[in-house]
Design a protein around this ligand. Structure first.
Ligand SMILES: [Zn+2]
Length: 362
């Protein structure tokens, strides 16, 4: 079997280059680094760079590794899309044009280069048998740090609580790493904020330090104050035949011009009447919002006032992007209804109930 990821058990932390990029160059390719802890009978896992343009997790791990202090427990560090991150101009590609999105490949049959790499990552992480796993990412738009995952138990909320007070409980099945490991051990994705923002790098480092220092993760009671849990996010997509751009005023050429700084509203409650963008002419409907039954409900959430598209009811937008490519290939943002937000106070007992039902919405 060809090895697509290298297991490193004897990393000389004192010799790690000062720049994160030089560190990646020294790794050469996907790497799993096992760092022995003060306690050898427990292990925690952390993954980063499943997407090549999301560097906060790498920055945090690089800084932590260079400090050369042992973690509380053994730590398995997975640094995945090293070549993608190094592709010029550096940290610029989510995945390469010839490749598939690696964080959509953690599903059988694990074929092709990305599928095989995903399969090897899963094998390594299961062999290490960690008590939990955190997968560090960034957004392309302005977002506060938040966690996202398919299971919203106390352990998952407390893992996210090391980084943030926000958790998005998403039953969407996309083929992500944390979906594949959710039944093995508590697993969460943490979106640290916008790629390239120093605040996002700092959020990743703060949470990582707490995680590797061995802060206990209560499996039964939520310990993070005011943990906000948003459930059932719905994907707001741009219709396939609609071209978009981002600007501060309506354009005349483009089908749909999205308000340029629309991402500043992420995680805010938006009242009805807030502008989202402008269409080229009033007969053009730019959005699609499919519910679990595949019915387009976009007109329940948005309305046209002349050429201006605005909110029709109160919504909480999350994960808004201002990158046209991401908006077209993935989605423009997600919406959550305010009634779907609950705030969990410390000490509340939460029992995780993994959803076993297959989801056909995605
Ligand atoms: Zn990502």
């Amino acid at each position: 079997m060809s090895e697509r990821i290298r297991l490193i058990e004897d990393l000389d932390r004192g010799a790690i280059p000062e720049s994160p990029r030089a560190f990646l160059e020294a790794l050469e390719g996907p790497s799993a680094i096992l760092v022995p802890g003060r306690e050898r009978n427990r292990c925690r896992a952390v993954c980063t760079l499943l997407h090549g343009n999301e560097p906060s997790g790498l920055m945090a791990l690089h800084g932590w590794l260079r400090e050369d202090a042992p973690p509380a427990f053994d730590c398995l560090i997975l640094i995945a899309a090293v070549e993608t991150a190094l592709e010029p101009p550096g940290f610029a590609h989510r995945f390469l044009p010839t490749a598939r999105d690696l964080n959509r490949c953690f599903l059988p049959p694990f074929e092709g280069p990305e599928g095989e790499l995903a399969g090897e990552i899963l094998r390594l992480v299961r062999e290490a048998n960690p008590e939990c796993l955190i997968d560090l990412h960034n957004n392309t738009g302005h977002n506060p740090p938040y966690g996202v995952g398919p299971v919203a138990g106390a352990a998952e909320l407390n893992l996210v609580g090391l980084f943030s007070e926000r958790f998005v409980h998403s039953p969407l099945r996309l083929g992500a790493l944390v979906e594949a490991t959710q039944d093995d051990f508590p697993s969460v994705t943490v979106e640290c904020g916008r790629a390239g923002d120093l605040a996002a790098d700092a959020a990743a480092r703060r949470g990582l330090d707490r995680y590797l220092a061995g802060e206990e993760i209560d499996p039964h009671h939520v310990t993070t104050p005011h943990m906000s849990v948003l459930t059932n996010p719905l994907r707001v997509c741009v219709r396939p035949d609609v071209e978009i751009d981002f600007a501060d005023q309506p354009g005349n050429e483009t089908d749909f011009t999205v308000v340029g700084d629309v991402d500043r509203h992420n995680f805010e409650s938006l009242l009805p009447g807030v502008p989202i963008g402008w269409v080229r002419d009033e007969t053009l409907w730019p959005l699609e919002l499919l519910d679990i039954d595949g019915k387009d409900r976009s007109r329940d959430y948005f309305t046209l006032r002349g050429r201006r598209l605005e909110t029709r009811r109160t919504i909480i937008p999350i994960m808004m992007t201002t990158c046209a490519g991401a908006a077209k290939s993935d989605c423009l943002f997600y919406v959550v209804e305010p009634g779907e937000e609950i705030v969990v106070e410390p000490g509340e007992e939460i029992v995780a109930e993994p959803e076993k039902e297959p989801n056909h919405g995605e």
